[in-house]
Design a protein around this ligand. Structure first.
Ligand code: ADP
Ligand code: MG
Length: 699
């Protein structure tokens, strides 16, 4: 049957054997389905080709087709280069130049070859040239071009072309496959969905993506394939969300004495309206008898921690334990210290479980958790893995949840005891992404900051103003304030980062003397880090030099200045997180971004966004525009399947439509049992079934 066909290995396809199978596997193509969805990266037709006389120096990326009339390896001052001369049909010529892989590339071309080059034209010595252009050898295809056809060009590379898998071979193989099997390809989308979204049918779309008749048909095929990939993800999320409704969770009583006492007397401030509303959502969820799966989204400083405390007390009032998880040990320790401030007066026993504890201590803590002598356990997410058993776990809270992916989350939800889950995040993300990344959750949003906060003032400064900046900091320290100085994480070299921070520390000690300066970084032992943070919190250190270990969650309200060194190396969301370390008390706070004067235009644009706004949502919109969705959405970070065709935020309208239709469908037919949904169920099972989502093959 046809579905089975798609799941079969590519070697099943004629023309694909031996080393080709291996090379394709390298490129992520293992099944027949993968091959059909190995989309062309570019199309060539008369309208997309530019003739050499039309070239201009301000063009960024163009395609030129012609015949190779000259090819030479040339020795230059700095080494060898390969030069090729291309002549187009109007007898105009252009050069292509390679400075790297000269030997390899020189063997690719011979005089007389028909080639399409894609790249950026530059004027050089009275002639246009392209450096390291992308290329496709055309052979007979150039004749096809003259007849007005559209030709698909595939992602290539040395590995594929070395086994003969050029664009031409791909087209031939897929063409042959379609001759035999096109009719038999299944339609995974239910017909009412295709109709509602006015989609081309699946088999036609696949044929047209590889062999488009014309531009209109190609666009319709692209739209259909974008839609289906978004739809499948949404259908999966709808299923995950449905499981919450299906699964029982601890049924709590209404909040009792501990919660009430805490809210009435335990806080030095009034809860904001947003905090109250979030608490109400949570309390309601936990009394339904179904598992809560709620995301609490609130910008940095909106006060998520006390909401978490109240929720844990609510669980405790009904006799349940809570686990409070943070992404880093520093943060876990800080939460522990903070929570004790709130909970010690109520006599609530609390334990901290992090890595590197002495064995005896660790096992004592584990016993306390297992035998119910502690009601609340704080730690990293190791808390819910490993060997930790709770006597009666009712609520698990995950702070800074954006550090965890969708699939990791799915596993947490399915944990043995099925506690209520409260996920907290300060990373505001644009709606288009929230729909996908958090599509399986209920969401409470806290848009309000506690009263009396003054927006942090942000400035962009360069080295030449350094003295002035330090003078300003000294003045603020004299008033009793504190300052962070942060150095970036240098991915390639933790050592370099450390060196930067350490030499900065040595220097600042002199500059700020007699004020005291501390240093904290990831290589320190747990105890050292803890001591340093304690000293800083007590204002024994007036300034703290740090690597990005302090990025998330650290809360010292008296710290009002944040200096970020090499600010141009940070991403926007990271800068926003860092800036969130100040502006947490009533005093005016400042964030000073120190950038390299020579940084790129793009970096400057990014930093300007920080100067212009404190609004996390606007920052993340800007971030998405600058970086593209890939970074947010990549498989690695989000745990979601990579988008091959759709692009965000460009395709957000299509995403919205796919989401509505998918959620509607899962609401009508939760187990996809109707005959018209069988193909969809098969598809979802094949794609996600073994990823811990618990989709069952037979409804
Ligand atoms: P985040 O949401 O970034 O985790 P925190 O929970 O760390 O924020 O809270 C930030 C600071 O605001 C803390 O010092 C906390 O004590 C304080 N805070 C929380 N809620 C309120 C409130 N309703 N009024 C005044 N201050 C508050
Ligand atoms: Mg926090």
């Amino acid at each position: 049957m046809s579905i089975g066909l798609l799941e079969q290995g590519v070697e099943r396809v004629q023309g694909i054997t031996g080393r080709r199978v291996e090379a394709l596997a390298e490129a992520g193509v293992r099944t027949v389905r993968d091959l059909l969805h190995y989309y062309p990266r570019r199309y060539l037709d008369r309208s997309s080709v530019v003739s050499i006389k039309e070239l201009r120096a301000d063009m960024t990326a163009v395609t030129v087709v012609g015949t190779v009339v000259g090819a030479n390896t040339v020795r230059g001052r700095t080494g060898y280069r390969f030069e090729l001369v291309l002549q187009d049909q109007y007898s105009q010529t252009m050069k292509c130049v390679w400075f790297k892989s000269v030997q390899w590339i020189s063997k690719r071309f011979a005089k007389g070859d028909q080639v399409a080059f894609h790249g950026r034209p530059q004027r050089y010595g009275g002639m246009f040239s392209m450096a390291h252009p992308d290329f496709d050898k055309l052979g007979k295809d150039s004749a096809a071009l003259d007849t007005g056809r559209i030709i698909a060009l595939y992602p290539g590379g040395a590995a594929l072309s070395s086994v003969g898998l050029t664009s031409r071979t791909f087209r031939r193989i897929i063409h042959e496959f379609f001759k035999e099997n096109l009719e038999a390809l299944p339609e995974p989308l239910p017909s009412d969905i295709c109709e509602a979204a006015a989609l081309m049918d699946g088999a036609t779309a696949l044929r047209a993506i590889h062999f488009p008749e014309n531009r209109d048909e190609l666009e319709a095929a692209q739209r259909r394939l974008k839609f289906e990939e978004l739809f499948f993800i949404q259908a999966m999320l709808a299923q995950m969300r449905r499981r919450r409704i299906v699964h029982a969770g601890p049924r709590l009583e209404p909040p009792g004495t501990q919660t009430k006492q805490f809210l009435a007397e335990g806080l030095p401030f009034e809860l904001t309206r947003a905090q109250q509303a979030a608490l109400k959502d949570i309390a309601r969820d936990m009394q339904t008898g179904k598992q809560m799966r709620r995301l609490l989204q609130g910008d940095v400083g909106s006060g998520k921690t006390v909401v978490a405390v109240a929720a844990m007390l609510h669980a405790l009032d009904s006799g349940y334990q809570s686990a409070f998880m943070a992404p880093t040990e520093i943060l876990a320790e800080q939460h522990y210290a903070n929570l004790r401030k709130y909970l010690d007066p109520l006599g609530v026993p609390l334990r901290l479980l992090v890595g590197g504890l002495p064995k005896a201590e660790r096992s004592r803590i584990l016993d306390d958790i297992a035998e119910g002598r502690t009601q609340i356990a704080v730690g990293t997410h190791a808390l819910i893995q490993d060997d930790v058993t709770f006597q009666r776990l009712g609520l698990a809270i995950v702070d800074e949840q954006h550090r965890f992916g969708v699939m990791q989350r799915a596993r947490m939800f399915e944990m043995g005891a099925r506690p209520h889950m409260l996920l907290m995040t300060a990373t505001p993300i644009p709606r288009s992404l929230a729909m996908t990344l958090y599509g399986d959750l209920d969401v409470s949003i806290m848009k309000e900051l506690p009263a009396g906060r003054r927006p942090v003032r942000t400035a962009l400064r360069y080295d030449k103003s350094r003295e002035q900046v330090y003078g300003f900091v000294r003045k603020e320290i004299a008033k009793g304030r504190q300052c962070y100085v942060v150095y970036p994480l240098v991915e390639e070299s933790e050592k370099m980062e450390l060196r930067d921070a350490e030499s900065g520390y040595a220097e600042l000690k002199k500059i700020f003397a007699p004020h005291k300066v501390g240093l904290i970084h990831g290589r320190m032992s747990r105890g050292e880090k803890e001591d340093t943070m304690t000293l800083f919190r007590r204002n024994d250190f007036n300034a703290l030099v740090a690597t990005t270990v302090i990025e998330v969650g650290v809360d010292v309200p008296n710290a009002t200045i944040m200096i970020v060194e090499h600010a141009e190396r940070f991403g926007l969301s990271q800068l926003h997180q860092l800036r969130g370390r100040v502006g947490r008390g009533g005093e005016q706070s400042y964030c000073i971004l120190m950038a390299d004067y020579k940084c790129t235009h793009e970096a400057r644009k990014r930093l300007q966004v920080m100067v212009d706004t404190n609004d996390g949502f606007r920052i993340s919109e800007a971030d998405l525009k600058i970086r593209g969705a890939g970074d947010f959405f990549g498989t690695r970070q989000s745990g979601l399947p990579e988008l091959k065709m759709a692009e965000l935020p460009e395709d957000v309208a299509l995403l919205s439509q796919a989401r509505d239709l998918a959620f509607d469908l899962v609401a009508r037919d939760p187990d996809l049992k109707e005959p018209g949904h069988a193909a969809l169920r098969e598809h979802l099972y094949a794609a996600y079934g073994n990823r811990g989502l618990g989709l069952s093959r037979i409804g």
